[in-house]
Design a protein. Sequence first.
Length: 343
Amino acid sequence: MSLPERELHGLLEVLGEVHHAEDLDGFRGALLDVLPRVIPAAYTSYNEVGADGAPLVTLVSPEPATQILASWGRVGHQNPLVQHHLASRDGRALRLSDVTDMAAFRELELYTDVFVPLGVEHQLAVTLPAPPTLLIGLVFADADDFTDAQRRMLDLARPHLIQAHANAALRERMHDVLAAVEAGLDDIGEAVVVSDARDRIAFATRAGRAALELMGSRGDRLPATLRDTPAPAHAVVPVDGGPLMVRRMAPRGGATVFMFERGSRGAPLSLLESLGLTPREAEVLQAMMRGQSTAAVAETLKVSPRTVHKHTEHLYAKLGVTDRLAAVSAAWAALESGKGSST
């Protein structure tokens, strides 16, 4: 049977809210925000119950008096819905009146100590998959009983709520892992930045963010200098305090990793000469790796800029490249291969 338009809109509203939760707290909060608008009730709650029926987590909107919550913690295990779901692990939406004789229910302490002070008589509950030692349930409580249509809507929403809960749990674990990785990389001072397929910064260590700031980045997007760097490649970026060497890794799954370090040391001259360069050409390339301009190289080597330009043309030809970035990339690639020795 298809849902009436009003119920369909309600279902879509629930799904739209909970699917964007970044963690389990966000998932719980989104549920308690949207569910009362879709299934009106005096109270709406998110519950995690132990295997013995004792409440472990209880979030209620609106929040009841502390004394009532204490009573729920003491006698919540008496709830026929809790007992039914723990015994059957059947997660489908059920009303209290579906699983118990209401006259017998009104004889319980749960009724006199919790339901009566709340001014409610009925409940509607649905559960989500959980380990055998845990029951996760969404519960609505009201003075009037709930309708077949409301129960049906919860049943239709349940598979999507299960997926949203799993997504939130996964995102939470990912955040925890990334936080641990970031803490470890921060401890050893590594400067690492990860961007997504849209060039947005998805992750950065403390040193990585400092490197981005040196390059003029203040938002959540990569600076143009990094976006234009081919992968895999190295680039030398002139910044305050000395040149910054940037290594861009080949992208995987839409994510790209950048690693930064100060490029002041360049590469050993013996390594650069092993690439087929003359000693003077190796000196020019080493200076390029340190981020020096043509004029600065000329001043360092005590030659004219024209002579530096001539050496540059020769080393480009020998390396099979056409620009400074490609030449620097070739030099760093050779350095990482372990060829040569230090000066």
